[in-house]
Design a protein around this ligand. Structure first.
Ligand SMILES: [Fe+2]
Ligand SMILES: [Fe+2]
Length: 224
């Protein structure tokens, strides 16, 4: 059916989101099975429950509009899930796969965030306050999930990277940290001496021309 009016476009967007949510619900359990990180599994399991409630919210939206949710397939979400599926098949279970899963899930979240943002703007323009609130609730959850995944990624990515070449990395890290420690020790001892005498020069102490930067910053602050 061709889209001619703004209302039809809005409805089309809602049907797209509805399909995206339903596809996610079917996809999450398959993803969860392959997860190693407890934090990640918990995040996905919780979002699965959230997503079920999001579908119910959309049911409410369709009810309010007096329309049916329809049988539209969100091709974008279908593609994102397919890509996630490829990663699940290709990568061995472990931190690297977890890192890949987070990336795939965040792409799904960002698609939803964009879609809900569009739908909310429409609802607002159409003065559909109740619908706007329902959609906003879901958008907030999508954003929270995205942020949570970013948080989990910090640990997972670190594990994935350090697991890549553990021995090589260990050697390099030792060398690096020794070199850094040496230089820092020198700096620190000088800094400490300076601190006793002139506390104000603490920051510029790292560069060689100590008095000049201190004078410069003093000049800057006096200009303000
Ligand atoms: Fe969702
Ligand atoms: Fe989501």
């Amino acid at each position: 059916m061709p889209i001619q009016t703004a209302e039809e476009l809005f409805l089309n967007e809602l049907k797209d989101i509805y399909s995206a949510e339903k596809q996610s619900i079917r996809a999450y359990p398959r993803v969860t099975k392959k997860i190693t990180s407890d934090d990640l599994r918990e995040a996905v399991e919780q979002h699965l429950e959230q997503t079920k409630a999001q579908v119910e919210r959309l049911d409410q939206v369709f009810e309010t509009l007096g329309k049916k949710s329809g049988s539209k397939t969100c091709e974008a979400m279908k593609g994102l899930i397919e890509e996630a599926g490829e990663l699940l098949d290709e990568i061995e279970q472990g931190p690297v796969l977890d890192a890949a899963i987070i990336g795939a899930l965040q792409k799904m979240e960002h698609y939803e965030i964009a879609s809900y943002g569009t739908a909310i703007a429409f609802a607002e323009a159409m003065e559909q306050d109740e619908i706007q609130q329902l959609l906003q609730q879901t958008l907030d959850e999508e954003k929270q999930t995205d942020e949570r995944l970013t948080g989990v990624a910090r640990d997972v990515n670190h594990e994935a990277i350090s697991g890549d070449a553990e021995e090589e990395e260990d050697d390099e890290e030792e060398d690096d940290s020794e070199a850094e420690d040496d230089s820092e020790d020198e700096d620190d001892s000088e800094d400490e001496e300076d601190e006793e005498d002139e506390e104000e020069e603490e920051k510029p102490a790292k560069s060689s021309g100590r008095k000049t930067p201190a004078k410069k910053s003093a000049a800057k602050s006096s200009k303000k």
